[in-house]
Write a protein of this length. Sequence first.
Length: 280
Amino acid sequence: MPKILVTTPHSSFLIPSGIKDRFDLSPREIEMICDAGTYEAAELLQSADVQILSAEVSRLVVDLNRFPDDDRNIGIFREKTFRGKKIFIDGENFTAEEKKYYKEKYYNPWHEKLLNALTGEPLYLHIDLHNTDETKPCLSAYTPGQPLRMEDFTDIDIANRSFYKQPDQPIDAEGLTFPPEEIGFFRDSMEKHMSNFIEKHLNRDPKSIRITTSSFMRGGPIIQIARNKATWVDGIPRSLQLEVERKFFVDNLNNVDLNKIKGFSDALNGVLLDILNNLV
């Protein structure tokens, strides 16, 4: 039976022994770089058609949502945080041998699993699930050099395009990974189901929820790989990156909040059912 694939490439907090001591980051900074609660949210999805592929190591060790030959500071081995702070103590960066080891231990096997998931049973939908924090807020717009305004923020951004491109992965002119004629239905379903979550778990007016579609955020390589490599049930790619505010997954002390996460997963389940009913 065709399925839905959910990936959480930044969900792991695992850092191999001895590596954390080489970081020039506080425990909170290390924690905030990972997407807290996304693994738990994916695992709580109830549909029998959902396959989950989660990270096995922190993105501070290997970033699974990057291309290995990216020569910018957003390759699989990061040197700086989103705010430009260096990750390693001077002289403690990964050696070439360590990079080779961690790429072979974590990156290559995960992407082999991804390819197997994409090319097995036909896919209806792929969702790459992420969250944000106060150092990388969920934005709908941003003008460099200008202060952020309230209207620049969003609760959820649905990224249906990628700014990444590799020679063996052709993309169309806009880099779309999901049919533009269907994105409105997905957004409306998210708004309907997440509004209930907002009211119950965040004590906000359900009408205050803000969901945008690739207005500022752009997806990483995983949705682009899925677009080009997956066996799609009707030949139409449907791959999205969901960038969700961290407060949907954690309490006021930034601890994973399983009650909130269960509510989020229940809402996302409703979205998946709407999508399947609309497509079948």
